[in-house]
Design a protein around this ligand. Structure first.
Ligand code: UDP
Length: 242
């Protein structure tokens, strides 16, 4: 579809193409799903389109609320136009409820609501398996300075407040999510990547009996079935709400 543009990067879930304006790129969302650093892989027809449309709606909502992001608009249903950015090699995870790796690495019980949001930084490096990284190590590696780290943390907390409400309105509990930031051509730090059920844990609040119903990538990670149905449900709820 984007064959007339030069492919400049291909990741696990997205391809990035050059745009005719040198300060922009086209991001195409693939149908591939991967988990456990791509040890587990599958293709789900329609996933790329769902994640692109979900992400675009969320970026639009964040931009309306004064969050700087790379998003500029949709190119088509599975591609978006974005500012060209240099990704900062950190995965910024914010947790409202304990689940996943936090529970594997500590004695916190899965499902425990955290007293205040927890931010964890991971080094974005597949060869090293994205290890958890401390602020001092971020300093040591000169990835970003203290002020920038502070800015990213504050932005992440603001995004959490906005997204918690956004998802609560469509009966979803935002358990945790992963963000990536980058620097645009002007040197400004902006939110990049995507915001979708691939990198957010979303639990269905319309279940009355208190059981955990994941409407996110955990359906794939944990072989729960109904993967594309869960993503479609998120997209449907967002579209009905907006
Ligand atoms: N996450 C992500 N990419 C990663 C690792 C985690 O998008 O490479 C997201 C994941 O979907 C979840 C949150 O970050 O919403 C926290 O994930 P966790 O650290 O619990 O890791 P997991 O249990 O998924 O291995």
């Amino acid at each position: 579809m984007n064959s007339k543009f030069e492919l400049i990067y291909e990741g696990k879930a997205k391809k990035v193409f050059a745009h005719e304006d040198s300060d922009k790129v086209i991001i195409e969302f693939k149908d591939d799903a991967t988990a456990f650093n791509a040890l587990k892989k599958a293709k789900f027809e329609g996933k790329g389109e769902l994640n692109c449309l979900i992400s675009s709606k969320i970026f639009e909502f964040l931009i309306k609320n004064k969050i700087p992001t790379h998003y500029l608009g949709l190119q088509n249903n599975n591609s978006m136009i974005a500012q060209k950015i240099k990704i900062i090699p950190l995965e910024v995870v914010l947790r409202n409820t304990a689940y996943g790796s936090l529970c594997k690495q500590t004695l916190i019980k899965p499902g425990s609501v955290l007293e205040s949001p927890l931010i964890d930084f991971y080094l974005k490096n597949d060869d090293l398996n994205d290890p958890l990284i401390t602020k001092d190590r971020i300093n040591l590696l000169k990835i970003i300075n203290n002020e920038e780290l502070e800015f990213i943390s504050e932005m992440t907390l603001k995004i959490n407040k906005l997204l918690k409400t956004f998802f609560f309105n469509i009966k979803l509990n935002l358990v945790d999510f992963k963000l990536e930031f980058g620097r645009n051509i002007k040197g400004e730090i902006v939110l990049g990547d995507e915001i979708s059920p691939d990198n957010c844990r979303l639990w269905d609040l319309s279940q009355k009996n208190g059981t955990i119903v994941s409407l996110d990538k955990d359906r794939f990670r944990n072989d729960l079935g109904g993967f594309i149905e869960a993503y479609s449900e998120i997209s449907k709820r967002i579209n009905n709400f907006i």
